[in-house]
Ligand binder design. Structure first.
Ligand SMILES: [Zn+2]
Length: 293
């Protein structure tokens, strides 16, 4: 099983997670920008974070045989904090970088006027930079939030095939299915979607334009939920090519629209013992001392 996790926040995960993901078949991922778990107080906090998303984190993933790309944006939650808004002026600089394959995650958290403005501004940036966009739907008021999201997307003029609408469930999937947008589902350990519910949705809507992610971050989440969904699909009678469509080909097709997805040489990567393991990035490596040191 080869896996592309289209939405995972590796900054908050450990080297053990990278190893376990590699062992489960994860070979590529996209890390969208989001908040830090606590409020940022200045734009400098964004730029250091974005620099890490295009620098250290791809290096760290590469040490474990996984290709890392990212999406950058002002996230929905922080769109409400005036201290964060200046990041909209630095985004264009990052949207020009090679490892950045989308604008994201954008969307609604509490559906405030400030979130309206940030969303519209960033959809315009996505159009201008010819990048796909990853849209978060709110965890509260999901149906209303998804409806409003679809209205704003139509108004923006962005092509639906360049939009991935994420964190969908049984209530909202049907609202997105006929729009031409891609459908994203975050599989969580306790709440929201689980892998069996996901299998039922795949039965109902088919595998086209369907993406599954772990959305793992600092909270209770599981970076192997993509693999577990693949196994649940097989157990439910889907065949290997269906699993490959959902877990690999769909994310590759969606983010491939950026023209920046680099999946070359992946077969040469041998996980944590691969060539280059122990190398350094700006003087730092993933190693901590030696066995006999
Ligand atoms: Zn996220």
């Amino acid at each position: 099983m080869r896996i592309f996790d289209p939405h995972i926040h590796m900054t908050s995960r450990t080297t053990d997670d990278y190893q376990a993901m590699y062992d489960a078949g994860v070979r590529a991922l996209v890390e969208p920008a989001f908040w830090l778990g606590q409020p940022r107080t200045s734009v400098g906090s964004f730029t250091d974070y974005f620099d890490s998303l295009v620098g250290w984190e791809p290096f760290r993933a590469g040490q474990f045989g996984i290709r890392h790309h990212c999406a950058v944006a002002l996230n929905p939650k922080e769109a409400n904090d005036p201290r964060c808004l200046p990041v909209l002026d630095v985004l264009p600089r990052y949207l020009a970088k090679d490892g950045v394959v989308a604008v994201g995650e954008v969307g609604y958290d509490s559906m405030t006027p400030a979130e309206d403005e940030a969303l519209a501004a960033q959809l315009a940036l996505a159009i201008e930079h010819e990048l796909p966009v990853l849209v978060h739907t709110p965890h509260r008021d999901k149906a209303a939030g998804t409806r409003r999201t679809l209205a704003v997307l139509r108004e923006s003029g962005i092509a639906p095939e360049r939009v991935l609408i994420d964190h969908l469930n049984e209530v909202t999937a049907g609202m997105v299915a006929d729009t031409g947008c891609w459908l994203g589902f975050s599989i969580y350990p306790d709440t929201k979607m689980d892998e069996d519910r996901m299998v039922r949705l795949l039965r109902r809507y088919g595998t086209a334009r369907m993406l599954v992610n772990s959305a793992a971050d600092w909270g209770r989440s599981d970076p192997l939920k993509t693999a577990r969904t693949g196994l649940a699909m097989l157990a439910a009678g889907f065949d290997k090519s269906d699993v490959d469509t959902v877990l690999w080909q769909n994310p590759v097709a969606f983010y491939g629209q950026s023209g920046r997805l680099d999946l070359s040489g992946l077969d040469d990567l041998n996980g944590h013992q691969g060539a280059g393991y122990g190398a350094s990035y700006l003087g730092n490596s993933v190693l901590r001392g030696t066995r006999n040191g």
